[in-house]
Write a new protein. Structure first.
Length: 222
């Protein structure tokens, strides 16, 4: 499952990316990239949360980018009293998301590295979303040849943010559904609960999904 490290696994790449997105927002009002939109990921995640009655507490979006997933979720359930928090290690992302949010209520954006376990100060969330962020972390290089890949710290870092009866939904293009399930369940007390369906593509006689979304819960809460 080890992927070749790439520039998408560096903070410099994302800082520059959101600098450009900020300029675009100021020049044309364009709110920017929505990863996996071509797969209908945002609508599918929002529908999945509604259909499964998951929105029962505060929401955290890991590596939130421009924050659009939180905006869509809040717009879909406008009367919800819960707080929506986006976290991203790029301060340009936080600036971008705050500029788009303007004066929305119950919405906050925090700059932090989600692999650093101290940032949340023991706060827990009922709903945790990750769309494309674990994918970026999977492309991070190890600190040196003797160190583990940063992805190995992801499962436990995320587990400690989830409330006992919470739901974690990860959407990935770099891992298959079974690789994602293995990564999370082998290293935490979480187990796979439900998956979101995407159209199946067929190429050279092989069938598959281009992205996957898997929902996890603590094993004893199913
Ligand atoms: C592929 S983009 C996805 C952005 C957004 N979730 C979306 O779906 O449009 C990956 C995001 O993860 C953020 N990111 C990568 N590693 C991170 C880390 N260790 N801590 C916090 N954010 C991180 C990047 O800054 C970037 O915004």
């Amino acid at each position: 499952m080890d992927l070749e490290p790439s520039k998408l696994g560096t903070k410099d790449y994302w800082d520059e990316f959101y600098n450009r997105e900020l300029s675009n927002l100021r020049e044309s009002g364009d709110t920017g990239e929505r990863w996996f939109d071509e797969n209908g990921a945002v609508d599918r995640i929002v529908n999945f949360i509604e259909e499964n009655d998951i929105l029962k507490g505060d929401v955290l979006d890991l590596g939130t980018g421009n924050g659009h997933l939180l905006f869509e979720l809040q717009d879909n359930e406008p009367d919800t009293p819960y707080k929506f928090t986006g976290v991203d290690y790029s301060h340009q992302s936080v600036e971008l998301a705050n500029s788009i949010a303007e004066n929305r209520e119950n919405m906050e954006f925090i700059q932090a590295d989600i692999l650093d376990p101290s940032w949340a100060r023991n706060r827990k969330w009922k709903v945790i979303l990750d769309k494309g962020t674990m994918d970026a972390i999977a492309l991070m290089a190890p600190a040196d040849v003797h160190s583990e890949r940063p992805l190995s710290r992801y499962p436990k870092a995320v587990e400690q943010l989830l409330a006992d009866d919470g739901v974690l939904i990860i959407t990935s293009c770099n891992l298959t559904q079974s690789e994602l399930k293995q990564l999370i369940t082998q290293n935490t007390k979480l187990s796979a609960w439900k998956s979101i369906q995407y159209p199946i593509f067929e190429f050279a006689g092989q069938k598959g999904q281009s992205i996957c979304s898997l929902a996890f819960k603590f094993a004893d809460t199913h």
